[in-house]
Design a protein around this ligand. Structure first.
Ligand code: URP
Ligand code: ZN
Ligand code: ZN
Length: 479
């Protein structure tokens, strides 16, 4: 099976150039001019278009069991929707119940994900601590290609990780060559504010953002950063939504600390007025954590992306339909938290990022694929249009336009948070593992074609970090 992408401009993180691209047996085998077309190749005319690495969404939750229900998008429909939007790989999350053996949860998620139509990988959440967790982390890193562990600093009474868990797990991550990641919100404060608001009679979705102010996020981001600083381990903070967490990251990076920040397409483009919508279904459809913020925060997040202090964009794709959101009709605390977007991330970022001049095309590639591939140690297999890389490619038509709607998208959810947004610049073709899987608005995918992607530990770099951590050990005074 071969694909010949002809006449386009290749856009990588570091440069753009006119070239044809040949994909054979799942890999890119040639990038250049005047290439010899392999016999029987599928030809894609990329004239006037950009040929870029397929997107990597480093933060999704397909069919997640959460808040008494299960996310409506499963691994098959979710990865298919991603391909329709030019995203050729997702990194999803294994989230064990507290007290559940981590390996057991990991095996369960691997089983669920077998029906994926594009490549995928897993971060594994650490939701509790005992010797078995310590042991399973090593098994995951050494035998199962996991190099990142997630910690929810919110969701008290469910999956929240307290400081004891953070400290144990961050230290263990350093030993193993894995990177800890956090959902940064102070869960204790959120719990208290939720209770206070509810008791005052604020029971609707408008109370959701009030119960999770930016200060709660800034505090948790800073706490996680400082714990990582003391333990000398790198850190990745997911879905930064506000100025406060960006400032904590920027400060740490200026001090030389290795901290990475992710921003969601939704947090860049949607403001908190959505929670005051008259229609409960619309307001509830936007309930996610951290919540959408005021425009002041959106401006800060764009600046974070432009300055390089935020490196990746994601969606936190975690869909719940109106009947599921209705669980919180009388109590906002019970609305399942989550929104979609895996299909729209690249196009909304192109339209609002590249077309506005906020991002160059090369920066667009960085924040939609290459940086995630580098941070999670799968570069240049992913995130690069180069010989030897996986043939995961999006052909981008800068002139195509559309209006985003849940009526026409491929996502398995009844509401699109970008509903009605008019955008210019869309994928015309998506190639996944060297196969043309999306063209002319139509998907041609195969259930189960997606592969689990192993992500090796950061062995060499971490060896140096561990030595540094050792040097800091105090010496006992002999008396
Ligand atoms: O509201 C959200 N973000 N739901 C998914 C779980 C999480 O916090 O990432
Ligand atoms: Zn989260
Ligand atoms: Zn999430």
């Amino acid at each position: 099976m071969s694909v010949y992408i002809q006449g386009g401009t290749v856009v990588n993180a570091e440069q753009s150039f006119r070239a044809d691209v040949i994909c054979e047996d799942g890999q890119i085998t040639a990038v250049g001019k005047n290439l010899e077309m392999p016999g029987g190749a599928t030809v894609i005319d990329a004239g006037g278009q950009y040929v870029m690495p397929g997107g990597i969404d480093p933060h999704t939750h397909m069919q997640l069991p959460f808040m008494g229900t299960v996310a409506s998008e499963d691994f098959e429909s979710g990865t298919a929707a991603g391909l329709a939007g030019g995203t050729t790989m997702i990194i999803d999350f294994v989230i064990p119940n507290p007290q559940q053996r981590i390996m057991e949860a990991y095996k369960q998620w691997r089983e669920w994900a077998e029906k994926s139509v594009s490549d995928y990988s897993f971060h594994v959440a650490i939701t509790w601590w005992d010797d078995s967790v310590h042991e399973d982390m090593e098994t995951l890193v050494r035998e199962h290609g996991v190099n990142s562990f997630k910690h929810f600093m919110a969701y008290k009474g469910a999956i929240m990780a307290d400081d004891e868990i953070l400290v144990n797990s961050f230290a263990r991550s350093l030993e193993l060559g894995a990177i800890p990641t956090v959902h940064a919100e102070n869960g204790e404060l959120v719990f208290r504010l939720q209770k206070e608001l509810f008791e005052k009679g604020l029971t609707g979705p408008e109370a959701h953002p009030l119960s999770r102010p930016p200060e709660c996020e800034g505090e948790a981001a800073n706490r996680a950063i400082r714990i990582a600083e003391v333990l000398k381990v790198p850190l990745y903070i997911v879905h930064n939504s506000c100025r406060q967490s960006l400032e904590a990251i920027t400060r740490a990076r200026n001090e030389g600390q290795r901290v990475f920040g992710e921003v969601l397409a939704g947090h860049l483009l949607i403001d908190d007025s959505v929670y005051r919508h008259k229609d409960f279904d619309v307001a509830a459809a936007h309930v996610m954590s951290p919540p959408f913020r005021s425009t002041e925060h959106q401006d800060a997040l764009w600046r974070g992306l432009q300055s390089g202090n935020l490196q990746t964009t994601a969606t936190d794709h975690c869909c719940f339909c109106a009947d599921q959101k209705a669980a919180g009709k009388d109590d906002f605390r019970l609305i399942p938290n989550g929104t979609g977007g895996v299909e729209n991330r690249m196009e909304v970022l192109w339209h609002h990022g590249v077309s506005t001049g906020r991002l160059t095309m090369n920066e667009f590639v960085k924040v939609t694929s290459s940086n995630a591939a580098q941070i999670f140690n799968i570069y240049p297999r992913k995130g690069s249009v180069s010989v030897g890389a996986d043939a995961d490619i999006v052909v981008w038509d800068p002139e195509a336009s559309k209006t985003i709607s849940s009526k026409t998208d491929h996502q398995n959810v009844d509401y699109n948070i970008f509903e009605g947004m008019e955008i210019k610049g869309c994928p015309s073709h998506t190639v996944s593992q060297g196969k043309l899987v999306y063209a002319d608005g139509k998907l041609n995918v195969e259930r189960g074609a997606g592969r689990y992607v192993d992500r090796p530990p950061f062995a060499t770099y971490y060896d140096a970090l561990k030595k540094q951590a050792k040097r800091a050990e105090p010496v006992a005074v002999k008396r």
